[in-house]
Design a protein around this ligand. Structure first.
Ligand SMILES: Cc1ncc(COP(=O)(O)O)c(C=O)c1O
Length: 379
């Protein structure tokens, strides 16, 4: 099946009771046993639920994985993934990762004794130098949030494997339509399904996809033990959202490239970060490992925080809000919003400054979006 067909059919059509075309919402906490020790495959929703299974099979197929588990949020997906490791283990992370990821790493360093090193992953030698005898994973966020840096999944996964470590990719920004890290050698993919996979800004969720059966077994154990599996209704919403993922991603990208080209020509804009622009430093790498450039971009404005605030207050279609990946356009100020929790020194070091504005470009008419930005930039 081609990807677009999988988005609509993978994991669904299992209802033998009434042959419903759409997966039912099994809104139940528990399931009746047929006899002692005999079930129809489900006993308790914390462990597994048929609506959740449909979404898990769907996402596993989209990501070319062995198995997926869906969970209460993107952060829950990241937290559960960290439970593959133990006290004293060392993880090398992208230095410009999502602020919430850095906050969780810091928390787990404090309470569980994890060791985390932040590295500029454009420099493969720096990654190799950061490896220690207790390195157990390399955490790759590509494209990174909010700077849209692109990191080489295949090369970094090779470094991980040469050192008996796992390669883990946060694929939230691109979705499996535009990037499938397991095909490039990664072992685990995490998602905030809150974003593009659901796509309609009406649910919070996460997913973990693994490449190998032994990781799948551990993942299943962890989801049940931690008790964070996604609620059936939320899983159903994400499953519904995924059915339009392919056309949505195309529409997001078409709009994002037009917005990026408009911004790059505007005299008040210092710099545009969008991997689809030919002058993006990793444009060629993006073309190599991605099937599209996505709908996220960020830009720096001339005039510092006052100018940035003015723009953030002046857009009418771009709503000032956290999150991304929905059909509607959003604008945000990473330094004080999505990355407010990030360690200040790290934020400054990687370039998440006060001039930086992030856009999640929606699928409205692009002329309206450009007019909105033009008005805000000139306000
Ligand atoms: C790249 C990335 N990963 C993970 C998350 C966390 O997802 P959630 O908000 O669903 O917990 C986010 C949230 O913005 C994100 O941007």
């Amino acid at each position: 099946m081609q990807l677009q067909t999988k988005t609509i059919h993978a994991g669904v059509n299992k209802d033998t009771a009434y042959n419903s075309i759409i997966t039912p919402i099994y809104q139940t906490s528990t399931f009746r046993f047929d006899d002692i020790g005999k079930t129809k495959g489900y006993d308790y929703t914390r462990t597994a639920n048929p609506t959740r299974t449909a979404l898990e099979e769907n996402i596993a197929q989209l990501e070319s994985g062995t198995c997926a588990r869906v969970i209460a949020s993107g952060m829950a997906a990241i937290a559960a993934t960290l439970h593959f490791f133990k006290t004293g283990d060392h993880i090398i992370s992208t230095n410009d990762c999502y602020g919430g990821t850095e906050r969780l790493f810091r928390l787990y360093a404090e309470i569980f004794g994890f060791q985390i090193s932040y590295v500029d992953m454009n420099n493969l030698d720096d990654i190799k130098k950061a490896v220690k005898t207790n390195t157990k994973a390399i955490w790759i966020e590509t494209p990174s949030n909010p700077l849209l840096n692109i990191y080489d999944i295949r090369a970094i996964s090779e470094i991980a494997h040469d050192n008996n470590a796992l390669s883990i990719v946060d694929n939230t920004f691109l979705s499996p339509v535009n990037q499938r890290p397991l095909e490039f050698g990664a072992d685990i993919v995490v998602h905030s399904t809150t974003k593009y996979l659901n796509g309609h800004s009406d649910v919070v969720g996460g997913a973990i996809v693994v490449s190998k059966p032994e990781l799948a077994e551990r993942l299943h154990y962890l989801i049940n033990a931690l008790g964070q599996g996604e609620a059936p209704f939320d899983a159903w919403l994400v499953l519904r959202g995924i059915k339009t993922l392919v056309p949505r991603m195309k529409a997001h990208e078409e709009n994002a490239i037009a917005v990026a080209r408009f911004l790059e020509k505007h005299p008040d804009v210092l710099k545009v970060n969008y991997p689809g622009l030919e002058n993006h430093p990793q444009h060629e790498l993006a073309k190599k490992q991605q099937y599209g450039f996505g709908g996220m971009l960020s830009f720096e404005v001339k005039g510092g925080i006052d100018k940035a605030n003015n723009i953030l207050r002046s857009t009418k279609l771009f709503s000032l809000a956290e999150s991304l990946g929905g059909i509607e356009s959003l604008i945000c100020h990473p330094a004080t919003m999505t990355h407010a929790s990030m360690d200040k020194a790290l934020k400054e070091k990687v370039g998440i400054n006060e001039r930086l504005i992030r856009l999640s470009v929606g699928i409205e008419d692009v002329n309206d979006l450009i007019k909105d930005l033009e008005y805000a930039l000139n306000a």
